[in-house]
Design a binder for this molecule. Structure first.
Ligand SMILES: Cc1cc2nc3c(=O)[nH]c(=O)nc-3n(C[C@H](O)[C@H](O)[C@H](O)COP(=O)(O)O)c2cc1C
Length: 201
């Protein structure tokens, strides 16, 4: 089915190792906000669940089917929403471990909304200094506004700070034109590969 005629495949990745998790609550809230703006088919990958299926594998061929399926979902996504808790001033080891298995060229031009949670406001730049370079490596379209949340923005693992909700809305507002244009581009590539002449459009 072509990109234009199906819901957007949105894959959300939470790098948290725990449940319940603020990070998972954050990626879910961002994904839901996208869903209010566009028709989407969301899929959540929570590393506290997937992690045990990754552990021990040194190459992708050694991964069990559960992990391989999730990698294929990441690689086929129209939009990624990725979030990690800050651990030792960076993403969690499992978050990086997962993306180390992703094909180097599978995420070229894929829009990626970057998000993180932390116990300190001082680590908010994890988004710019750790996540953005990683998705720069993948040649992804790292979206301009990231979302950083502090532990105090949550009550019982639900977002309770209105400013965080506004930041999510701002991130989505800035993301939407880029996501829409990436879909148009993807559709053009698909039609060209299917043999259609799109040069006159
Ligand atoms: C092992 C470990 C290391 C952490 N390191 C940092 C850190 O360097 N900076 C920070 O701001 N918070 C740090 N934190 C706090 C978490 O990032 C924060 O509590 C986060 O919201 C947890 O997300 P979760 O509820 O999804 O697990 C650390 C927590 C753990 C367990």
């Amino acid at each position: 089915m072509s990109t234009a005629s199906r819901p957007l495949r949105v894959v959300a990745v939470s790098g948290s190792l725990t449940a319940p998790s603020r990070t998972t609550a954050l990626v879910e809230a961002i994904t839901e906000a996208f869903g209010r703006a566009l028709p989407i088919e969301p899929h959540l990958i929570a590393l506290n669940e997937l992690g045990p299926h990754l552990a021990g594998a040194l190459t992708r061929k050694q991964l069990p089917p559960e992990a391989e399926e999730e990698l294929q979902r990441i690689e086929a996504a129209d939009l990624l929403v990725v979030a990690t808790p800050v651990y030792r001033a960076s993403f969690t080891g499992l978050f990086k471990y997962l993306f180390d298995f992703v094909d180097q060229y599978a995420l070229v031009d894929t829009p990626v909304l970057l998000a993180a949670t932390g116990g300190s406001e001082r680590h908010a730049l994890i988004i710019e200094h750790q996540l953005r370079p990683l998705f720069g490596f993948f040649q992804s379209l790292a979206l301009p506004v990231g979302v950083y949340a502090h532990d105090s923005d949550f009550t019982d693992y639900k977002i309770s700070n209105e400013q965080l909700t506004e930041r999510i809305e701002k991130a989505i507002e800035r993301a939407l034109p880029l996501v829409r244009s990436s879909l148009v581009e993807k559709e053009t590539v698909e039609r060209t590969l299917a043999g259609e002449d799109v040069s006159a459009e």
